[in-house]
Ligand binder design. Structure first.
Ligand SMILES: [Ca+2]
Length: 194
């Protein structure tokens, strides 16, 4: 499974700095969309140079999207603290969480869309990403359930609203992509609530 974000609007909210280099160098891409349009149309770890990261930021690009989460084999533990979800963990070439601070920085300008792909099924795009819901981890309970700590209960960080309901109150959208890893054979390949 995988989560990725893409820019859907260029509406500028801050002045754009233009860096001028006098030395010849490899092409620099502002984001995964640019690298994709330039012909890198396979999954790859690419150093992008968005305005927020003038010195470059390594990300995993997939079909023009910046992948913020990838889980393929359960090799990385996603039961992590607030600080770890903030700074990111794992390995960009394997399983990882890119990091909430990086996502916050990248999405600080323009309008972005979150796409979630579970199993081998198709992706589901959501424009209503956060629905006003802050991120929760086991050590920072920001969910809307006053009686439970959803992140602790479900063993993963997420924009939990309730522990059992949908994050966005949309049917068939997974609510806990960062919980303990498992692939139920009956739901493989489908978007499913987990
Ligand atoms: Ca709670």
């Amino acid at each position: 499974m995988q989560c990725a974000i893409k820019k859907v609007s260029d509406k500028a909210t801050a002045p754009v700095e233009i860096a001028i280099s006098t030395t010849a160098s490899a092409p620099r891409y502002a984001d995964c969309r640019e690298s994709y349009d330039a012909g890198i149309q396979y999954d790859a770890v690419i150093t992008i140079y968005p305005p927020q990261y003038p010195n470059g930021l390594a990300v995993y690009c997939h079909l023009g999207l910046v992948v913020i989460q990838k889980r393929i084999d359960g090799s990385v533990n996603f039961t992590r603290s607030w600080a770890e979800y903030r700074s990111g963990f794992g390995d960009l070439t394997g399983e990882f969480w890119l990091g909430n601070e990086i996502v916050r920085q990248l999405t600080s300008e323009g309008t972005w869309q979150l796409q979630i792909v579970v199993g081998g099924g198709g992706g589901k795009s959501l424009t209503d990403v956060h629905s006003g819901q802050p991120f929760s981890t086991y050590d920072r309970d920001n969910d809307a359930d006053g009686n439970a700590n959803c992140a602790a209960q479900l063993k993963g960080g997420w924009w939990f609203k309730t522990c059992t309901g949908g994050v966005w109150n949309v049917d068939l959208v997974p609510t806990n992509l960062n919980g303990e890893y498992s692939i139920p054979s009956t739901t493989r390949g489908k978007i499913t609530a987990v």
